[in-house]
Design a protein around this ligand. Structure first.
Ligand code: SF4
Length: 265
């Protein structure tokens, strides 16, 4: 029977995972959704549900010119706004939420985007994940954004047991140092899109293989996932880098592109 990992061993393993993620993907994070004001980011994140950030950016370039104040969104015609964002999925619901959300910002928050999770999640179309995106990008508050990549891979790595994203958020906050809360989302999404894909994770190419209890389809923490042995990346940098994305193009995809409704393409 596999030896149960102690708390200290798990922390040490997490620290090594973070070190390798930093090494592979860098530590810089930036927002790939284009915005100039907090309310523009909020609208962009609402629009990004089930849509790529590239598509959102194409739409918001014209949208933010046409609706250049928060008030214009707040009192927009829903039908017209739907037409303006029709190339983005779920445009009916998104238009409705954007108008309602902006009206609340104008009438109750003096045109400001609030900072707390409670206030943010009280806005139409804003769930916990969007709230954390805003907190991280606008207010630089360390926060863990849990989407399906983060949920799936954190569980594979043995860093989360729960199913509920909010509970996973707390599990990760307990384990990871604050300076990696935002980066965790960015790095894990990059890993999930390139190596640890949902359909067929390429564990043989993964620089976390020797640290991952879920490697090779196994589940549960085993003796294999202990720090101290060289990683796939250390043993064979070329092999590990085969699945390594360009840091400039892929690795720093923003937390802001993540959606309330699952993995972005
Ligand atoms: S070893 Fe496999 S399961 Fe674990 S993170 Fe890497 S690709 Fe995913």
């Amino acid at each position: 029977m596999a030896k149960r990992e102690t708390k200290a061993e798990r922390s040490a393993r997490a620290a090594e995972v973070l070190r390798r993620l930093d090494e592979q993907y860098g530590t810089e994070f930036r927002c790939y959704l284009e915005y100039e004001t907090p309310w523009q980011l909020l609208i962009a994140v609402i629009l990004s549900a089930q849509c790529t950030d590239a598509r959102v950016n194409i739409v918001t370039r014209d949208l933010f010119k046409k609706y250049d104040t928060l008030e214009k969104f707040a009192w927009a015609s829903q039908e017209e706004l739907e037409r303006d964002i029709h190339s983005i999925g779920f445009y009916h619901m998104k238009a409705k939420n954007i108008i309602s959300c902006c009206r609340t910002l104008v009438t109750e928050y003096g045109g400001q985007v609030p900072e707390t999770v409670e206030e943010l999640t009280s806005l139409a179309g804003v769930g916990r994940k969007t709230a954390n995106v805003i907190r991280g990008n606008i207010y630089h508050q360390p926060s863990v954004v849990v989407d399906t990549h983060v949920k799936r891979i954190s569980r594979k790595l043995g860093f989360a047991k729960e199913e509920d994203p909010e509970k996973i958020e707390y599990e990760l906050m307990k384990l990871l140092p604050e300076d990696h809360w935002i980066l965790w989302n960015i790095h894990i999404i990059t890993l999930g899109r390139t190596i640890c894909t949902a359909r067929s994770p390429r564990c043989g190419d993964c620089f976390l293989q020797d640290l991952c209890p879920g490697a090779g389809g196994k589940s549960g923490v085993s003796g294999k996932a202990a720090i101290g042995t060289p990683s796939a990346g250390q043993r064979s940098p070329r092999k590990a880098s085969a699945g390594k994305p360009s840091v400039s193009k892929t690795a720093r995809r923003s937390v802001a592109e993540q959606t309330e409704q699952g993995e972005t393409p």
